[in-house]
Structure formats: structure tokens, C-alpha cells
Design a protein around this ligand. Structure first.
Ligand SMILES: CC(C)(COP(=O)(O)OP(=O)(O)OC[C@H]1O[C@@H](n2cnc3c(N)ncnc32)[C@H](O)[C@@H]1OP(=O)(O)O)[C@@H](O)C(=O)NCCC(=O)NCCS
Length: 136
């Protein structure tokens, strides 16, 4: 298992396959992808989990976190999110947030993230804003 920084374009196939398989590939390309930091977890040289971090001043937002369906529930997402949290801390980020799919709320709570909004409906799915305040 190895985690390293990757190009935005390397995240697109997994984002697409795992999160929005019924949409065109362009749907998972973010307008500000080039400004983000992208991390990939490789298992036996194969990219199995991706996550992207966008930093504005001392605020960080992670987006498009996806583990290949076959590899889900094996601890890879936990390793990758822990890596992202430590990278965020290194960069002096004070607050890390994400829009969490309802199915992932409990997963993020394990990392100390807290629900910080009502339900937001977007593209036919429900989300909540979740936050992790490093200063608390
Ligand atoms: C959320 C996700 C990235 C986690 O990655 P992962 O590699 O499965 O993470 P882990 O194996 O470390 O942990 C999964 C744990 O969270 C739980 N979990 C929470 N939400 C889950 C989900 N949507 N799918 C699978 N497991 C989920 C599992 O029960 C598992 O618990 P366990 O450790 O007790 O078995 C991955 O499940 C995924 O890609 N889901 C679909 C896309 C998605 O929802 N992305 C997040 C959008 S906010």
C-alpha cells in the first residue's frame, strides 16, 4: 500500500466509476481541479482510492473521495483520509470541511468531523456539510 500525490486527471476514472457511473466523465471534472491537491492510494501498483483537497487561506475542503467498489470496507479510505488530514495540518489549515453523502456521515464522525448544516439536496442526492476544527 502506498499513498502519493497524483494529477487531477488520474482521479477522474475512479471518481466516475464509483460516484457518478451514470453521468458522462466530464461530470466529475471540477472547474478548479488544477488548483487542488490530489492523493491516491495504490495497492499493488493499482490506484484504488482517491481524494482531493482544495485550500483557501486556512480553510480546506476535501472533495470526490472514492474507493473502488471492490476495495471498499478494507480500511483503504481510512488510511487515505488520515493522510489527507495530516497533509492539511502540515499546511496550517485550521478548518477542514466536506459535503458528506448521508451514507458517509458515520464514517467521517470517526475522524472527529461534525455535522454543520441541514440537509442539502444536489444532483438528486442528499448531503450535509461536515467540519473538523483543528483548533478545538
Ligand atoms: C466512503 C469511502 C470513500 C470510504 O472508503 P473505504 O475504503 O470503503 O473506507 P474504509 O474501508 O476505511 O472504511 C469503510 C467503513 O466505513 C463504513 N462506511 C461508511 N460509509 C460507507 C460507504 N458509503 N461505503 C462503504 N463503507 C462505508 C463501512 O461500514 C466501513 O466500516 P468498517 O470499517 O466498520 O467495516 C468509500 O466507501 C466510497 O468510495 N464510497 C462511495 C463514494 C462515497 O460515498 N464517497 C464519499 C462521498 S462524501
Amino acid at each position: 500500500m502506498k499513498i502519493k500525490e497524483i494529477e487531477a486527471s488520474e482521479t477522474w476514472p475512479l471518481r466516475h466509476k464509483v460516484m457518478w457511473p451514470n453521468k458522462p466523465l466530464d461530470f466529475v471534472v471540477l472547474p478548479n481541479d488544477e488548483a487542488g491537491l490530489h492523493f491516491g492510494l495504490f495497492e499493488k501498483e493499482m490506484l484504488v482510492s482517491v481524494i482531493s483537497l482544495f485550500i483557501e487561506s486556512q480553510d480546506g475542503q476535501f472533495r470526490k473521495f472514492a474507493t473502488d467498489n471492490y476495495y471498499q470496507g478494507k480500511g483503504f479510505g481510512t488510511k487515505l483520509l488520515n493522510h489527507l488530514i495530516s497533509e492539511a495540518k502540515k499546511r496550517n489549515i485550521k478548518n477542514l470541511r466536506c459535503n458528506a453523502r448521508m451514507t458517509a456521515i458515520e464514517f467521517y464522525q470517526r475522524f472527529g468531523m461534525k455535522v454543520a448544516s441541514d440537509i442539502i439536496r444536489k444532483n438528486g442526492k442528499d448531503y450535509v456539510l461536515m467540519e473538523l476544527d483543528f483548533e478545538q
